[in-house]
Design a protein around this ligand. Structure first.
Ligand SMILES: Cc1cc2nc3c(=O)[nH]c(=O)nc-3n(C[C@H](O)[C@H](O)[C@H](O)COP(=O)(O)O)c2cc1C
Length: 209
């Protein structure tokens, strides 16, 4: 199921839905052009992870996941990424709706519009089952290994996708047609075993590219 908000003035553009829709990983999209950068879309995996319903999520800033023992310096890292429009990945203590704390490996990354203006942020949340760096370290290693399967061109495309660019801008940057970019992007997604752009961006950030 894909959930789109209706409570706020601006509904997300249709392509925004596709960023997280089919992902098995919890995901939200926020709109920094609206007051307080509210969530405009979330996927089912996000509701399953956090226990919140769509109607409790859309229209609110994602800070409701933080709580008394959330590490202020990690929140500051996210804030800094948002401020500087750069991807961040932190493992912060968050809280589910019923108050259960969990270690959240959260990635937040900007998405730029055709005019190169910041348009959205993607947030992608993974619960770490143990309170240690182990699970996410494994994800990082796996991400780095997967990226090795890409051709140099596919890697370039991945880097630009992870930088928040859309196909049109990537085509322009690389001097390729949009169709060719789509092809490289499709093959890269297949090789990386990801279903959505949000997952592709997450993997690139985990691999540190
Ligand atoms: C798309 C997006 C997703 C976010 N996801 C989380 C999250 O999962 N957990 C969290 O603690 N903060 C998350 N944040 C950060 C909070 O929204 C907020 O910026 C942060 O808690 C700082 O709060 P403040 O504005 O009150 O200082 C996310 C931010 C964005 C833009």
């Amino acid at each position: 199921m894909f959930l789109v908000g209706s409570k706020i003035d601006i509904d997300p553009e249709p392509w925004v839905a596709e960023l997280i829709k089919a992902s098995p990983i919890a995901g939200v999209v926020s709109n920094p052009r609206l007051d307080d950068n509210p969530i405009v879309a979330c996927n089912q995996a996000f509701c399953d992870l956090t226990g919140y319903g769509e109607d409790e999520v859309v229209g609110r800033n994602c800070r409701f996941l933080a709580g008394p023992a959330s590490e202020p310096w990690l929140t500051e890292s996210i804030r800094e990424g948002v401020r500087e429009k750069k991807p961040v990945l932190v493992e912060i203590l968050n809280y589910k709706k019923d108050g259960t704390p969990f270690r959240n490996a959260v990635m937040v990354a900007p998405i730029f519009g055709d005019d190169e203006e910041l348009t959205y942020f993607i947030g992608s949340q993974i619960e770490l089952t143990e309170d240690s760096a182990g699970p996410s370290l494994n994800r990082r290693v796996r991400a780095s290994l997967k990226i090795r399967d890409l051709s140099p061109r596919q890697l370039e495309v991945l880097q630009l996708v992870a930088g928040g660019l859309r196909n049109k801008q990537i085509a322009w940057e690389l001097g390729l047609s949009e169709k060719t970019v789509k092809m490289h992007r499709g093959i890269a997604m297949e090789k990386l075993g990801v279903q959505t752009s949000a997952d592709m961006i997450r993997l690139a950030v985990e691999a540190g590219i």
